[in-house]
Design a protein around this ligand. Structure first.
Ligand code: ATP
Length: 221
C-alpha cells in the first residue's frame, strides 16, 4: 500500500484549557476517499484548521505530503466575480495557470465560465469550489460539508467527479460530513469523532453495520 498523503498522529489541540481534539490519529492514502463524521462540536473544524496550519497542535503531529487544498463549508465564492475568476483565485501563486484543465475535469462549468458565481445554483457553486481547490494541483483534498443544502442528484454528480479524481489522479480525499449515510456511501473507510475523540473507525461497510453507528448516525434503532 502507498504511504499516507495525510497523516495525523496522536493529535491534541486545545483552546486554552479546553481540549478540542484528544490524541486523534488518522490517515488517508493516495487514491483513497475517507470520511470523518461526527456531530456538531466534535472537533471536525479544529482538525481541518490544524491540517491547514491555522491552528497548532498542543501535542502530536500532522504530516501532509504534497499540497493540500481545502474546499470550505459554504463554498465561499466571490459572488460578483465570474466562475473563471473564482477558479483563478485557486492558483494565485501562479497567475498564468490555465483554467482549461478544470473545465476538462468538470465540464459542467464550461458553459457558465463567464457567469457571475453568485448567480449559480448551490450545486454549481460547490463545483466551482472544487475546481478552485484543484487549481492548486493538490495531492490531497479536504472537503467540508459538501452535501449541505444540495439535492441528492446534485451530490451524486459531485461524487462521481471525486471518484474519477481519486481513481485517475490518485488524489487523497478526506470528506468531512455531518451526513453520515452519504459519507459511508461515498467513502471506503471512515472515522467517527465525538467530543474530540475518535470513537470508531473502519471500513464503510463495517461502520454501516455497527449498531452504535446505526443508532447514532444512520437514524436506525
Ligand atoms: P461544527 O460541525 O459545529 O463546526 P466541529 O465538529 O467542527 O463542529 P469544532 O468547531 O472543531 O467542532 O469544535 C470542537 C470543540 O472546540 C467544541 O467544543 C467547540 O465549542 C470548541 N471550540 C471551537 N472553536 C473554539 C474557540 N475558538 N475557542 C474555544 N473553544 C472552541
Amino acid at each position: 500500500m502507498s504511504d499516507p498523503v495525510i497523516e495525523v498522529e496522536e493529535l491534541t489541540v486545545r483552546y486554552g484549557a479546553a481540549v478540542a481534539l484528544d490524541a486523534v490519529s488518522l490517515s488517508v492514502r493516495a487514491g483513497e476517499m475517507v470520511a470523518l463524521i461526527g456531530p456538531n462540536g466534535a472537533g471536525k473544524s479544529t482538525l481541518v484548521n490544524t491540517l491547514s496550519g491555522i491552528l497548532s497542535p498542543a501535542s502530536g503531529r500532522v504530516t501532509v505530503t504534497g499540497r493540500l487544498a481545502h474546499v470550505p463549508e459554504g463554498r465561499q465564492m466571490f459572488g460578483s466575480l465570474t466562475v473563471d475568476d473564482n477558479l483563478r483565485l485557486g492558483a494565485w501563486r501562479d497567475r498564468d495557470r490555465s483554467t482549461g484543465r478544470i473545465y476538462a475535469i468538470l465540464p459542467e462549468l464550461e458553459p457558465v465560465r463567464r457567469r457571475r458565481a453568485g448567480l449559480l445554483s448551490g450545486g454549481q457553486q460547490q463545483m466551482v469550489a472544487l475546481g478552485r481547490a484543484l487549481m492548486g494541483r493538490p495531492r490531497a483534498l479536504v472537503i467540508d460539508e459538501m452535501s449541505l443544502g444540495l439535492a441528492p442528484l446534485v451530490v451524486a454528480g459531485l461524487a462521481a467527479h471525486l471518484r474519477a479524481l481519486n481513481a485517475e489522479e490518485g488524489l487523497a480525499v478526506l470528506l468531512i460530513e455531518q451526513n453520515a449515510r452519504l459519507a459511508l456511501e461515498l467513502c471506503s473507510r471512515a472515522y467517527v469523532l465525538e467530543a474530540g475523540r475518535l470513537v470508531a473507525h473502519g471500513s464503510a461497510a463495517e461502520l454501516a453495520s455497527s449498531p452504535a453507528v446505526v443508532a447514532a448516525y444512520l437514524g436506525g434503532a
